[in-house]
Structures are given as C-alpha cells and as structure tokens.
Design a protein around this ligand. Structure first.
Ligand code: PLP
Length: 390
C-alpha cells in the first residue's frame, strides 16, 4: 500500500469494531475519535483481502488442516526479517497472544509463585499473572531524559527470589516504545540464566519498529546465551488482523514445548481458525513491501505527533520511542491525574486515549495514544486534545 492508501480514512462504524462501535458504550459519548485500543485504522494488504474473499466465497468452512504453507511462511519471515532460523516443530498455533500468555503461566508456575514484569506495561500482563494464582514481581522501568531503561539491580533482586519462575518481557515494549538493544537483552538473558527464571518474550510488536530501528528477537539471544525461552509472536498488530485471533508460540526446547502443548490439549485447543490461518499465511508471504511502507508511515506519524505536541501542547512531553504505533505521553506538568485528563478529553474533546494508571506502577501522570491511523484522523485527534488543554 502506498502513502496515499494509508491516508485513506475508512468508516469502521457498524463492523463490530471494538475500537469504534463499542466506544459509545464505553465512553457514553457519540462521535468520539478512538485512539485507545491497539488496532490500526488501515486496511490489511490487498493480497490478504483477496485470499480471504476467495476463501469466504468457497462457502464451506469446516475444520482447518494441512498447515505446511502456514509454517513455511513463518520460518521464512523469521529468516528474512530477523535473520534467524526456526524449525517448524517449534511452532504452536494459539488463538491470540494473551490466551497464550495465560496458558504459559498456568503451565510453568504453581499458585503462589511470582512472575516478573516491567511496568508501565500492557495491562493484561497483570491479569494473566493474578488470575492464574501468581503474584506480580514488578521490576519498574526507569525513566531518564524522556526515555525508559531497565533497572538491572532491581531486576536481579526480583529474579533471585526463589518463587520467581517467569519473566514476561515485552519486546518491543508497549507502552513506552523501547526496542530493547542487544546489550540489554543479553543482560536479561544472563540474569535469568543465573537465577533459573524462564523468559517469555512477547514480540507482537516486533515488526513495527521505526525506520532505522532493528528489533532483535530474543530467540537469537537465547541461542547465543544458551538459555531456554518461549517466544510469543503474531501478525495481528503488523497487518491489522487482530480480529482473526491467531498467534504463534515458538519454543526451541523440546521438553518445555511438550509441557506447553499438553496445556493446549488440556484446554481443547487443537485446530486454528480457517480465516486466521489463511490471512496470516498471506501476510507473511506477500506483506513485506506493504510493511515497509507502513513503517515509514508510522515513523512519520510519530514525528508528526511529537512535533505537533511540542509546538501546540508544550505541557505534554512525548516519550522518546523506537517503535509500535502507541505513544506514551507525560502529562505530569498539567497537574491533573491520568483519569481526570482522560475523562476531560472524552467529555470536552470527544477523543479517547488510555489513562496511564491502567499500566501499573509508573503509569500515573501519563496517557497512551494510538497513532496507527491516517494522518488526517491523527491531526483531528491532536487538535481536539489541544483545544481541551490550551
Ligand atoms: C504486548 C502485547 N501483547 C499482546 C497483545 C494482544 O495480543 P492478542 O490480541 O493476540 O491476544 C497486545 C495488544 O495490544 C500487546 O500490546
């Protein structure tokens, strides 16, 4: 898709869209610009639309089988994009990354164990830990010069607790937009190895780094450092197919893999959704040029947002980001709480962001904004924010 196509504003009302159709119910207001939940307002690549249309026209939607092309498209993608070889056998198909994280926690912990995360972070991480009977061990990220870093001294304290069993790594990080460096990832691997903590790397945003940024898959680090790892990945964010509910869990270690597969069986998860399977295969087979254009578009959107806010709403500071389509806004200079400003923006500005306090410790005084939309929509949203706050 070219820039012009990403510029196209698409009416998403009446499509059962969580982001658009549910907005009225959630916010109690009509015509709110939804810049909250993390899906984008772009069409998926044309080839994906074509294969889905063809499959839908077939008219028979029985159980899926023969996933050869599907697996091949994933292994090829990992080789092309991240320079790593993965084996087909390492892949388990799951109905979403969040369901996978929940099942991973259930498989590799006992009630009362601790799972380490790094807040502010994607809220379902907390639920996945707590709803499965574990405790959150929070290695809160450090903010310095408008950017986020890992507090490695504190990470070691959290990992050295004998009840700490897993580390949930968000890589790249939602919401702070860090694309972790090789040095940071190696340090994490070494610490987890030293303390026998299994690393679960959620890399759902891995394809969406800004131009000139390169994601390093934890699989590569794990191989070099000889540490076991579980990688959660998906084309859902990359190609805007989250509603098709398909994701992949990649586990090189045979023993760990078998344990996870047993949990899949115990939950009755065997065959994937036929549309998810069809779409994801096409995304990985044909989607590279589209993705390269998207990364340019998102990088430009981020720069536009940063520039707009700097010039028009200077009391907000935009966190330095390296990827994703989510920006983390520091609103502490406004002296309003995250919830207050969030409500004010909905009521007075008709624009919905997410309040930072939902992302755990370190989130109060921040808002998350989704800029994965045509520039015109982004501009409209920013103008509404500016009107309320200036
Ligand atoms: C870090 C992270 N993991 C997982 C998800 C959701 O994954 P899924 O829709 O496949 O459950 C999101 C969505 O925003 C996310 O940001």
């Amino acid at each position: 898709m070219t820039k012009v196509e990403f510029d196209k504003v698409i009416d998403r009302y009446n499509t059962n869209s969580y982001k658009w159709d549910e907005a009225k119910k959630f916010f109690g207001e009509k015509n709110v610009i939804p810049m909250w939940v993390a899906d984008m307002d772009f069409e998926s690549p044309k080839q994906v639309q074509e294969v889905l249309t063809k499959r839908a026209k077939h008219g028979v939607y029985g159980y899926a089988g023969d996933y050869e092309e599907y697996y091949k498209s994933i292994t090829q993608w990992f080789l092309n994009r991240f320079g790593i070889s993965i084996e087909k056998e390492w892949i388990s198909i799951t109905p979403g990354v969040v369901p996978a994280l929940n099942m991973i926690i259930r498989t590799f912990t006992n009630p009362g164990d601790k799972v380490v995360l790094q807040s502010p972070v994607y809220p379902p991480f907390f639920d996945a830990i707590r709803k499965n009977g574990c405790h959150v061990a929070n290695n809160v990220l450090k903010r310095s010069s408008n950017k986020y870093y890992i507090d490695f001294d504190d990470l070691e304290i959290k990992l050295s607790d004998s009840r700490a069993k897993l580390l949930l790594l968000c890589s790249p990080h939602n919401p702070v937009g860090r694309v972790w460096s090789r040095e940071e990832l190696v340090k994490i691997a070494k610490l987890c190895k030293k303390h026998g903590v299994l690393i679960v790397s959620d890399e759902i945003h891995s394809d969406l780094t800004f131009i000139n940024e390169q994601h390093i898959s934890f699989l590569q680090i794990a191989t070099e450092e000889k540490v076991p790892t579980i990688l959660c990945t998906s084309a859902a964010k990359t190609f805007n197919i989250a509603g098709l509910q398909i994701s992949n869990v990649i586990i090189p270690d045979e023993f760990i893999r078998e344990e996870f597969k047993n949990t899949l069986k115990a939950n009755g998860i065997s065959k994937p959704n036929i549309f998810g399977l069809t779409a994801q295969t096409a995304c990985y087979k044909y989607g590279e040029p589209w993705l390269d254009n998207l990364r340019h578009y998102l990088t430009d959107n981020y720069l536009y947002l940063e520039d707009y806010i700097q010039k028009n709403i200077p009391q907000i500071k935009v966190t330095k980001s390296e990827g994703t389509f989510l920006a983390w806004l520091d609103i502490r200079e406004t002296s309003m709480s995250s919830n207050k400003i969030y409500t004010k923006l909905i009521k007075e500005g008709k624009v919905a962001l997410l309040p930072g306090n939902r992302f755990g410790e370190g989130g109060e005084g921040f808002l998350r904004i989704n800029f994965g939309c045509p520039r015109e929509l982004l501009d409209r949203g920013l103008k509404r924010i500016s009107k309320v706050l200036t």
